[in-house]
Design a protein. Structure first.
Length: 347
């Protein structure tokens, strides 16, 4: 059935037109139906680990807009949570973890616990895939994880940050220690994604949201190398499942990232010029992106102009329409509907 799904065709290197589309964070707080389920769940981690609810919110944007991709509803920090690092989501301040700053803390992580601790998430994948096949057979299910560098930033810092000063400092000052954490994350993330594939995910995505903070030497060491290791492991066991990489703010490192990691498709952030991306990414590798979420909030002529510009730049190559960052919670639902109409018309 895979070859009949537009998203899987594009992710596998086919120039599908109009392009398939989905939106990062498409299951989220801008949807009233999501807010209702979230309130019922009582908390974010509870929502992520209650399969029936997580499957429902994964499906909501597909049901409402007919998206070509349904991305598993979860969070990149469910991997450290499953490794035993205390995690909570505080209202108004985002994730809070017990910071990891020394060898003892890193050694205490339970790398082998992923499949057992994250079992509810894999059940969400199974339930979502069953709903998709029964009701939305042209939609593909995307599993995901955070890339090791970005997840390590949160684990070391203990919370979100504008610059992740402590984590980046550790990478420079004690690369052996930071490397231990990265290796633990490579192993755990690989298992986490393999389990999603076994449960029914049809494509996999690696989010490296903070990759762009690093200079080239550090980007190669902490972004490219760990990602390449994970992709090799995934391809060895599941060669037909496409992998999307998102090295946010990679800038001129984008081409090297694609060449060395082996991803099938690379997602462009808001700041990336699609024409530059097309010039440094081989024609058989897909591009995904990269509408500014603020253009989606604006709607109207601004949204139409930005959408048409991206479509014009991407025509004729493997491409998936998406945002360049996650959808904002204040986004009007009718603007998402406008965007879907524009993309379906193909520019």
């Amino acid at each position: 059935m895979g070859e009949t799904k537009p998203l899987l065709r594009a992710l596998s290197g086919e120039a599908v037109w109009p392009p398939p589309m989905w939106l990062m964070r498409q299951a989220g707080r801008y949807l009233p139906e999501y807010r209702a389920v979230r309130e019922q769940a009582g908390g974010f981690i509870a929502l992520c680990t209650t399969p029936a609810m997580a499957a429902e919110v994964t499906i909501q944007p597909v049901r409402r807009f007919g998206m070509d991709g349904a991305i598993l509803f979860s969070d990149i920090l469910m991997v450290p949570w499953a490794m035993g690092q205390p995690l909570r989501f505080a209202e108004g301040e985002g994730p809070v973890l017990e910071p990891l700053r020394d060898a003892a803390g890193i050694a205490a992580l339970e790398v082998g616990a992923i499949r057992e601790r994250a079992a509810p998430i894999f059940e969400t994948v199974r339930q979502t895939r069953a709903i998709i096949e029964a009701q939305f057979p042209k939609t593909a299910l995307i599993g995901f994880a955070g890339s090791p560098f970005t997840v390590a930033c949160y684990m070391v810092e203990g919370h979100g940050s504008k610059d992740f000063h402590t984590a980046r400092g550790m990478a420079f000052e004690d690369p052996a220690l930071f490397g231990k954490l990265i290796r633990a994350l490579v192993e755990s993330t690989t298992e986490y994604l393999l389990a999603q594939a076994e449960a029914g995910a049809e494509a996999l995505m690696l989010f490296d949201s903070w990759a762009g903070m690093l200079p080239p030497s550090q980007f190669r060491r902490w972004v490219i190398e760990p990602t390449a290791t994970i992709v090799r492991s995934l391809k060895r066991l599941h060669p037909s499942i496409p992998v999307i990489g998102f090295p946010r703010l990679a800038g001129p490192m984008l081409g090297e990232y694609v060449a060395r990691t082996g991803v099938n498709t690379v997602a462009m952030d808001t700041a990336m010029d699609p024409k530059f991306a097309a010039s440094v990414v081989p024609a058989h590798v897909g591009l995904q992106g990269n509408l500014d979420p603020l253009a989606l909030i604006a709607g109207g002529p601004a949204l139409e102009a930005e959408t048409r510009q991206i479509l014009a730049a991407m025509r004729g190559r493997p491409f998936v329409f998406n945002l360049g960052h996650g959808i904002e919670k204040i986004t009007p639902v009718e603007h998402v509907a406008q965007l879907v109409r524009l993309v379906r018309a193909g520019g």
